[in-house]
Design a protein around this ligand. Structure first.
Ligand code: PRP
Length: 216
């Protein structure tokens, strides 16, 4: 029996979209989209095994070889710098990491800036490059609350449509980095399952807009 290609998908809407891309690339396993509590799905015929993983955990599964390939946001790659291959910008899950704060308040220069974020490493590097003293407040979600309640001066967070900022009287000040979903591979799987991985990589590339900046 041939070994299945193990694919970690980020749980949620992005994962469902990305599954559609894998299906078009020849790796069918439609039960993946059944709305059940099941987390792992195999299709021997297509040679694939999918599993649903919390988006911020996909890189860990791939780095440690529990998955051969997976799909992970550039934000997670920038923050955790996992030891894996980044193969392709899939052109989906497009958003940006931005500095934001209360409308009209801006950065109060001259004093240590209190920054709330889920991305302390990226944030530290961003402000270090600008020679700005900051105090990081690490949060795990609903980051937008921090400047409203005076917990921080600004936030560094994901902005997609900008709706969350707008509805909370906040505004983006600066872009830290553009973000999108990336196809990643475990280093040794890339060697030992090279044919299967390169095949799916090629077929995914054909679906990504031509001339896109792949940035890897
Ligand atoms: C993310 C991000 C913002 C929101 C941005 O939150 O942290 O809160 O999406 O999207 P928008 O610009 O389209 O409004 P997520 O849904 O991941 O939840 P979180 O609050 O737990 O981070």
């Amino acid at each position: 029996m041939r070994e299945l290609l193990k694919i970690a998908l980020p749980k949620g809407r992005l994962g469902e979209k990305v599954y559609g891309m894998f299906e078009k690339a020849g790796l069918r396993c439609p039960e993946v989209l059944d709305n059940t509590r099941k987390l792992i799905f195999e299709n021997e015929e297509a040679g694939v095994c999918y599993f649903w993983v919390k988006p911020s955990d996909v890189a860990i599964y791939v780095e440690r070889g529990a998955a051969d390939i997976g799909v992970v946001g550039k934000d997670v790659l920038m923050e955790y710098r996992p030891d894996l291959f980044e193969l392709l910008d899939l052109g989906v899950g497009v958003c940006r990491l931005a500095v934001a704060g209360r409308r009209g308040v801006g950065d109060r220069t001259g004093r240590t800036l209190r920054v709330a974020t889920k991305f302390p490493n990226v944030t530290r590097a961003y402000y270090a490059a600008r020679g700005r003293d900051i105090d990081i407040i690490k949060l795990n979600g609903s980051i937008e609350l921090a400047p409203i309640l005076g917990l921080s001066d600004v936030i560094v967070d994901i902005v997609e449509t900008g709706k969350t900022l707008l509805e909370n009287d906040l505004e983006p000040f600066e872009t830290v980095a553009p973000i999108s979903a990336r196809l990643v591979a475990n280093r040794s799987a890339y060697q030992f399952k090279n044919d299967a991985i390169v095949r799916v990589l090629q077929r995914l590339k054909e679906q990504v807009e031509p001339n896109r900046d792949t940035n890897y």
